[in-house]
Design a binder for this molecule. Sequence first.
Ligand code: TMP
Length: 214
Amino acid sequence: MRGQFITLEGSEGAGKSTNVDSVCAILDSAGIDYLRTREPGGTPMAEALRDSMLHKWEEQVNPLAELLLVFAARAQHLENIVKPALDKGRWVVCDRFTDASFAYQGFGRQLDLTKLETLELWVQGSLQPDLTLYLDLAPDVAETRIAHRQKDRMEGEQREFFERVREGYLARARQFERIVTVNAGRPLAAVQVEVGSVINRFIQDSRPVADRNA
Ligand code: TMP
């Protein structure tokens, strides 16, 4: 049986990394074999593409080049890491995936969404996450939380950009049932409790019916 594919999304400052840790800890205690990875990245070549995409270039970065970089990294990551793991029945926990391309490049950079859909189909075929946790945070709160951080090229964008990114995530959450929106404006502990209950329910629902009734 193919493994389950879980992705986490959220703005800078939403506590995404800590919540990826929580998800992995729950899978560990449930005895589930999984692979933890991230996008852009997850293979040596895809990590190099990530560095290039987040680098603060002195030249203007063309939004289309940015989009193609994330999809090039994704093509590499999917073929070499994600698909082989899922095919072996391992679960995959991925820190960001294609919802981020729709939110950041589609809504944030205002690229044509049909172009993204074409790339998505080309690179992924029918592969989609089974569950996506979207940690939702208002950009003004996010800004305060990451004020002290050294910012990469994306994190240095203006508030309006992040307003559009958020709008993109929320629009996708309305469109796809697999996306669960979690209010990340609350204290981290409360967010972790909710993330934990979503993951536990998902594990329960993923078990074969015979196991569930045992
Ligand atoms: P993060 O690992 O800290 O979330 O950083 C990854 C950055 O890359 C973040 O700013 C979102 C951005 N990104 C895109 O713009 N498009 C994508 O498709 C992905 C996966 C990430």
